[in-house]
Write a protein that binds this ligand. Structure first.
Ligand code: UDP
Length: 327
């Protein structure tokens, strides 16, 4: 297929672009490089620098694309609480322009990066796709708004669309991994502390109603996630918008993640305790049964030590190319 990958210079987008190229697809990446890295874009991909909304009409109009994988987004929960305008403009406005370009050019397929943050604080875990969507932060609210827009476009205009609701993506694949200018995600932060690039890890909240008082998340390997995108492209049906959760199905607390990182690296990781981070739910664990049943997806790297080991190998190999600063 001929594919447009938005946000293909970012972490998940660059891994997915690689997996698509390896599967024989022809990939064009569009990315404005505000958070992504030019050197993360696979060499075999065509690259266009700039905003998705402005560029999509020209790119999609210029060739017969079979589909769009839409990763480009602002994606930090804490930042979204402090600067919601960046999320409504950067996520919703840009995505609506992309949807219009998809409609007017007759591009048949869309796979969208949605998120567990659309659910908010769940009534029950594991979270299924029919669970209520009550986002607790603007990040989740903007992704949910885009999901709603996609549903209407699929119903009215025949778009074949799939939203994949990621839980906590981690690990590395094919030389691509987490290398942000400002890092806020738990596993890369803990590994930076293991390397001595940070003094300590702040544990945000020790008073959650969980076994050890810290928040629980479901960590999914980025390669498993990328494989689900390839399956979603094949499975998308014209006029339908399907939504699938993607997680490993088990939850790990912040303390358990830090312990696992310490075991995998063999290094001590100093911690300090801090208040809860605004907008963070206590427990997010996925049921991915629908993706497993409908898409034939099978997560293979579900063990947390495997995910951390791949992230650690990538972090160590980065050397001078690491350009993350403490948030
Ligand atoms: N977290 C933490 N210290 C950090 C970064 C994250 O305690 O330096 C916690 C965060 O509050 C959340 C979990 O780790 O409960 C996962 O956070 P992350 O930012 O990796 O992903 P999110 O769940 O926000 O998408």
């Amino acid at each position: 297929m001929k594919l447009l990958v938005t946000g293909g210079a970012g972490y998940v987008g660059s891994v997915c672009a690689r997996v698509m190229i390896d599967a024989g697809h022809d990939v064009t990446v569009v990315d404005n490089l505000t958070t992504g890295n030019r050197d993360a874009v696979p060499e075999a991909a065509a690259f266009v620098e700039g905003d998705v909304g402005a560029l999509a009409p020209e790119i999609l109009g210029g060739g017969s694309f079979d589909g769009v994988l839409h990763f480009a987004a602002q994606s930090l929960v804490g930042e979204s609480v402090e600067q919601p305008e960046k999320y409504w403009q950067g996520n919703v406005v840009e995505s609506l322009k992309l949807l219009e370009a998809i409609r007017t050019t007759g591009t048949p397929r869309l796979v969208f990066s949605s998120t567990a943050a659309t659910y908010g604080e769940p009534d029950a875990v594991p979270i299924v796709e029919s669970s209520p969507t009550r986002p607790t932060n603007p990040y989740g609210a903007t992704k949910l708004a885009i999901d709603h827009a996609i549903t209407s476009y699929a119903n009215a205009h025949g778009l074949a669309a799939i939203s994949l609701r990621y839980f906590n993506v981690a690990g590395a694949h094919g030389g691509a991994g987490e290398n942000r200018r400002v890092e806020t995600h738990l596993i890369p932060i803990v590994l930076q502390a293991a390397m001595g690039h940070r003094e300590s890890v702040k544990i945000f909240g020790t008073d959650y109603h969980t076994d050890d008082g810290t928040a629980v998340r479901d960590y999914i390997h980025v390669y498993d996630l990328a494989r689900a995108h390839a399956l979603a492209l094949e499975a998308a049906i014209a006029g339908r918008h399907a939504i699938y959760n993607l997680g490993s199905g088990s939850g790990f607390s912040v303390r358990q993640v830090i312990e696992t990182c310490s075991e995998v690296t063999g290094l001590d990781i100093p911690v300090v305790y801090a208040p809860r981070r605004a907008g963070d739910p206590a427990v997010l664990i996925a049921s991915s049964d629908k993706a497993i049943g409908d898409l034939g997806w099978e997560p293979t790297n579900t063990a947390l030590p495997t995910i951390v080991a791949d992230a650690w190998e990538y972090t160590r190999a980065l050397g001078d190319r690491a350009h993350s600063a403490p948030a």
